[in-house]
Write a protein that binds this ligand. Structure first.
Ligand SMILES: NC(=O)c1ccc[n+]([C@@H]2O[C@H](COP(=O)([O-])OP(=O)(O)OC[C@H]3O[C@@H](n4cnc5c(N)ncnc54)[C@H](OP(=O)(O)O)[C@@H]3O)[C@@H](O)[C@H]2O)c1
Length: 291
């Protein structure tokens, strides 16, 4: 039995990874590395076998103890951490010092194309330190609709973005969590590969809004704005400057890029088709409609 440390355990992906490790009856010991153990215990009430350790990306003193006896790390970058040299370099060095030689890193589709994005820097750090890795590179989360974008949907019945007609590939985080759980369990079979994981549909926000409207009673509309206007709207709404810039980066740049590539990795790994947008919207329609 090996020991797997899950970082970002209480977030979108981390939670799904733990849920699926449980579902596939992983023989490994799973340890959630979290900032607040009490809060995490509440999140994982239904997972009595889960262990916890105090781990904070921004507190280097927590690294040594959290990594004790660990064989494999599921690593993700919390969205607000972009200074990779400051936070991830010491962590990767500590992982190496502890002779942990298996990392599954949640990256992003296209990470290899841009040296400036944080995921690219983290992938290079892992490579340069000679650690065995699996880079899992997902496309655009369907759950952005029910997290980052939900406030505008609920309060304004709008999706406000600078995306024009750019098409995104939409993936369900449940599919990512399931794939990551299998990769953690069968690390040797996939080691030292960068793997793209996507859904089957490339669609723009106009089309996705129309799909949502087919399932709900109170329609929403997609409002395309230029990046400057987006910045002003979000600043007025109280969003942090760094987060607004990340949102612009993520939603404006695809206007100038080719459509995302569609990968069949999820189906090859699990024998199932990934979730389609219609199914996701139907599943989450209560959240997307007006209460
Ligand atoms: N959204 C997309 O479409 C998309 C697509 C591809 C890739 N990605 C990548 O996915 C990653 C985000 O994953 P996610 O959506 O699962 O994130 P998330 O839901 O925002 O969760 C972040 C997790 O990190 C934890 N965390 C935050 N700060 C921490 C710290 N200082 N120390 C320890 N833990 C900390 C949070 O724990 P607490 O409970 O303590 O807050 C939470 O568990 C990003 O790297 C993003 O670039 C996103």
């Amino acid at each position: 039995m090996s020991k797997i440390l899950i970082t970002g355990a209480t977030g979108n992906i981390g939670f799904e990874v733990i849920r699926f490790l449980n579902e596939i009856d992983s023989p490994n010991r799973i340890i959630a590395g979290v900032r607040n153990i009490e809060k995490a215990k509440n999140v994982f009430q239904n997972y009595p076998d889960l262990d916890y350790t105090h781990f904070d990306f921004e507190d280097f003193d927590t690294f040594d103890n959290a990594l004790n006896g660990i064989d494999t790390v599921f690593l993700l970058r919390p969205p607000h951490i972009s200074d990779i040299d400051k936070y991830f370099k010491p962590l990767i060095l500590k992982i190496k010092e502890k002779k942990i030689n298996q990392i599954v890193f949640l990256s992003v589709q296209g990470a290899e194309k841009s040296k400036v994005i944080p995921h690219n820097k983290i992938e290079r750090l892992i490579n340069e330190n000679g650690l065995n890795f699996i880079f899992l590179r997902p496309s655009y989360f369907m759950q952005n609709l029910t997290t980052t974008l939900i406030k505008d949907i609920k309060t304004k019945r709008e999706i406000i973005l600078p995306s024009g007609k750019a098409k995104f590939n939409w993936i369900d985080i449940e599919n990512i969590g399931e794939a990551a759980a299998i990769l953690l369990d069968k690390f040797d079979d996939y080691k030292n590969q960068a793997i793209e994981i996507t859904g089957l549909e490339n669609e723009n926000f106009e089309k996705v809004s129309a799909l949502i409207n087919e399932s709900i009673d109170n329609p929403i509309r997609y409002k395309n704005v230029n990046p400057l206007r987006f910045f002003m709207i979000k600043k007025r709404d109280g969003m942090m400057k760094g987060m607004i810039i990340v949102m612009i980066f993520l939603h404006f740049l695809p206007r100038f890029q080719k459509e995302p590539k569609i990968s069949d990795f999820y189906e090859r790994l699990t024998g199932k088709k990934p979730t389609d947008l219609k199914t996701f919207i139907e599943r989450e329609k209560k959240q997307l409609d007006k209460q």
